[in-house]
Design a binder for this molecule. Structure first.
Ligand code: CIR
Length: 282
């Protein structure tokens, strides 16, 4: 089990292999950056959901289980302390887009979320060269789905054309091709489609056109579970919400290893499984 507080990891960084024995071990582990649930999550942004009471303790406990699931799948979890004044800061995915070569700090579409990026940038700087989306561009990491050298970006209320163009310009020198994808009816592109295997995406065709993902196998969610397209592929498995058993059965029938997690309290804040971590390939 490898869950470390950010303080503990401060010395870890992209350590030269000779510097400590942990470095050799880290080289084969994905790094998962997470952040504890803010007590202010009850004041989170909501776009497509009605506000419901959120039990902060339950949300925090579910988040800890999520971190444990990532660690059990071989991730080195860098767990940042809660941000008491930033309601949505547990959803670290939205603050950055990380590829092997660089980390791009986003400029989140919701103004209330813009202060979330600074502390994540400080951590990412240990692992990658850090660059940023600049005003007036807007980009949420939840809108960015990288599939090999293709980077799909949702055209949503959170992510602007300017933000997509800036991301394209930052990633192009490293060989990535950025494509904007129309999305309707949900918060982010990754509410509508995520990767579940090297050659397969899980998609809700009501929210995004599966035709955008040509060249990949497209598995559809169970139509009775509209929020079921958000899955986190990591460590040879798919971390997946318990709330969607019919779609989970489809994943299972396809031969995928499904690791169920209960994120029901975080879902009331319009969060799911990809949004609670930034996964860095080693
Ligand atoms: C928001 O509206 O920004 C948060 N309440 C939820 C963000 C979820 N992020 C994600 O799925 N990538």
């Amino acid at each position: 089990m490898s869950i470390r507080s950010a303080e503990c990891n401060a010395a870890r960084g992209p350590t030269p292999a000779a510097q400590c024995s942990a470095a050799r071990y880290d080289a084969v582990m994905p790094i998962a950056i997470t952040r504890k649930v803010s007590p202010a999550i009850t004041r989170c942004e909501l776009t497509h959901l009605e506000r419901e009471p959120i039990d902060v303790e339950v949300a925090a406990a579910q988040h800890e289980e999520y971190e444990r699931a990532l660690a059990a799948l071989g991730c080195f979890v860098v767990s940042l302390p809660a941000e008491p004044d930033l309601p949505d800061s547990v959803f670290v995915e939205d603050t950055a887009v990380v590829v092997d070569e660089i980390a791009v700090m986003t400029r989140p579409g919701a103004p209330s979320r813009r202060r979330e990026t600074a502390s994540v940038a400080a951590v990412l700087a240990k692992y990658r060269q850090v660059v940023s989306i600049e005003a007036p561009g807007r980009l949420d990491g939840g809108d960015v789905l990288r599939l090999g050298w293709r980077v799909f970006v949702g055209m949503t209320g959170r992510t602007s054309r300017e933000g997509i163009e800036q991301l394209g310009a930052l990633l192009a020198p490293h060989g990535y091709a950025v494509e904007g994808v129309p999305v309707t009816g949900c918060l982010h592109l990754k509410s509508a489609v995520t990767q579940v295997a090297s050659d397969t995406v899980l998609v809700n065709p009501a929210w995004v056109d599966p035709g955008a993902f040509s060249g990949l196998a497209r598995m559809e969610i169970d139509p009775g579970e509209p929020f079921a397209a958000n899955a986190l592929m990591v460590g040879g498995a798919v971390v997946y919400p318990e709330a969607f058993p019919a779609t989970a059965a489809r994943l299972d029938r396809a031969g995928l290893r499904v690791v169920p997690v209960d994120v029901s309290e975080l879902a009331k804040a319009e969060g799911a499984v990809t949004c609670c971590s930034l996964i860095l390939a080693d």
